[in-house]
Design a protein around this ligand. Structure first.
Ligand SMILES: [Zn+2]
Length: 415
């Protein structure tokens, strides 16, 4: 078995790895680079037959539903089979109508079940559900020609599913020849530093909600389901309801996991901002709206119960909350990647907050393993070689792990 990192040997985002055995090929992830200005086909790595014309390409294994891992699926032939978690697949379909700009809907292929191996061509693949900020995220063991390659995907050990990490390191697949392991945190934290746990995030949210005299607004990715759970738990402990919009309601429903917050829960309310009402009308999403309207509230109600409410905020809420006088004593908590502010994506939001005299607080933790957890992970898998991927600092790998064998983007190597 041979492998080639097309993108990701020296960067976070845009991951794509090709593996080949006896003339058959598989891709692992087909991500959009983080610095891409739009989801454009110009970012496709130089891989043959993405138009579906060559049956030697057996399919694409997507590790998790983040754009930097699946975004470029928008530009390939729908005849190429795509592997994903079933819930991740449903989430992407539910999200598509709400999101502009070439949001891909993956073609059918394999639906992963953790620990259940499946074969395609001469490859045998075993997916492992992992703890990550994307729902339904996987690592893979891929076997072919007597060799074993393990792809970590993006993972952490400090989220709500940290038991998955513990389970994997307690009972790792043996005999791994090559481990492609993400190293996002190596450029951000020192060897002994840790990201806060999701439980610590919950505690910080409780503190912030308690100190807020009016509406609490938490700005996070609706697809970061772990975070929504933390927010709802903090709401319960501070006597607040969680107010979601129709997009969030649709994503939560798509998990098909009744243990996760849903629009019909008594401590959840649906508020549909004006921008979304226009979308509903334009696209005739009346069934979707009806399905989630059990606990629907309108702006007058939100204004009167602002002190007992936390809005799962997105910038499209600004108009409604301001016009509906919901902002007296309000707080704004930013709970996702800080880099978006530096990229200028939230310049308008910044002016809106300033105009309404609301300070930005940040409460967030990473979806990626801290360096010490990466060490534990690599030591437990004990691979013959460790190949850096999904890191801006691959040069730090040799300080952290034994048997590091870096490979450049575009270089083919024997597993
Ligand atoms: Zn990633």
């Amino acid at each position: 078995m041979r492998a080639c990192i097309h993108r990701g040997s020296k960067q976070i985002g845009g991951s794509c790895v090709e593996i080949e055995h006896e003339g058959q090929r598989l891709l692992i992830d087909l991500g959009l680079p983080l610095d891409a200005e739009s989801n454009d086909s110009q970012y496709l790595p130089p891989i043959g037959a993405l138009d579906g014309s060559d049956p030697s390409l057996l399919g694409i294994l997507i590790s998790h539903p983040h754009l930097d891992h699946f975004g470029l699926l928008a530009h390939i032939s729908p005849s190429i089979p795509i592997g994903m978690g079933a819930a991740a697949r449903r989430i992407l379909s539910a999200a598509a109508p709400f999101l502009p700009g070439n949001w891909p809907i993956p073609a059918p292929g394999w639906d992963y079940e953790t620990g259940q191996s499946f074969a395609t061509g001469s490859f045998r693949i075993t997916p492992y559900l992992v703890d990550h900020s994307a729902y339904d995220a996987y690592a893979f063991l891929i076997e072919a020609g007597g060799k074993r390659l393990f792809y970590s995907g993006d993972f952490r050990a400090h989220g709500r599913k940290s038991a998955l990490f513990e389970r994997l390191v307690a009972n790792p697949p043996g005999g791994v020849d090559a481990l492609l392991v993400e190293g996002s945190s190596l450029g951000r934290l020192g060897a002994d530093e840790h990201f806060p746990t999701e439980a610590e995030i919950e505690a910080q949210l409780i503190q912030s909600f308690s100190a807020t005299d009016g509406l609490a607004m938490v700005h996070t990715s609706v697809q970061n389901i772990d975070r929504i759970v933390s927010i709802l738990r903090a709401c319960r402990k501070t006597g607040r309801k969680l107010v979601i919009d129709l997009y969030a309601a649709a994503i939560l429903e798509a998990t098909e996991n009744r243990n996760l917050p849903q629009s019909d829960w008594p401590d959840v309310a649906l508020f549909v901002p004006r921008a979304q009402r226009l979308q509903i009308k334009e696209n005739a999403w009346f069934d979707l709206l009806n399905k989630h309207s059990k606990n629907r509230i309108f702006i007058e109600t939100l204004q009167s119960v602002a002190k007992q409410s936390t809005v799962l905020f997105r910038p499209l809420h600004r108009y409604d909350l301001e016009k509906g006088n919901c902002l007296e004593g309000a707080s704004y908590i930013y709970s996702q990647w800080e880099g978006y502010w530096e990229q200028g994506m939230y310049d308008d939001l910044r002016s809106w907050l300033e105009r309404n005299n609301i300070k930005k607080q940040s409460i967030h933790t990473s979806g990626h393993a801290s360096p010490a957890d990466l060490k534990t992970f690599v030591a437990s898998l004990a691979p013959k070689k460790v190949v850096p991927i999904h890191s801006f600092t691959p040069e730090r790998y040799p300080e952290m792990f034994a048997h590091v064998e870096p490979h450049h983007d575009g270089e083919w190597w024997e597993v």
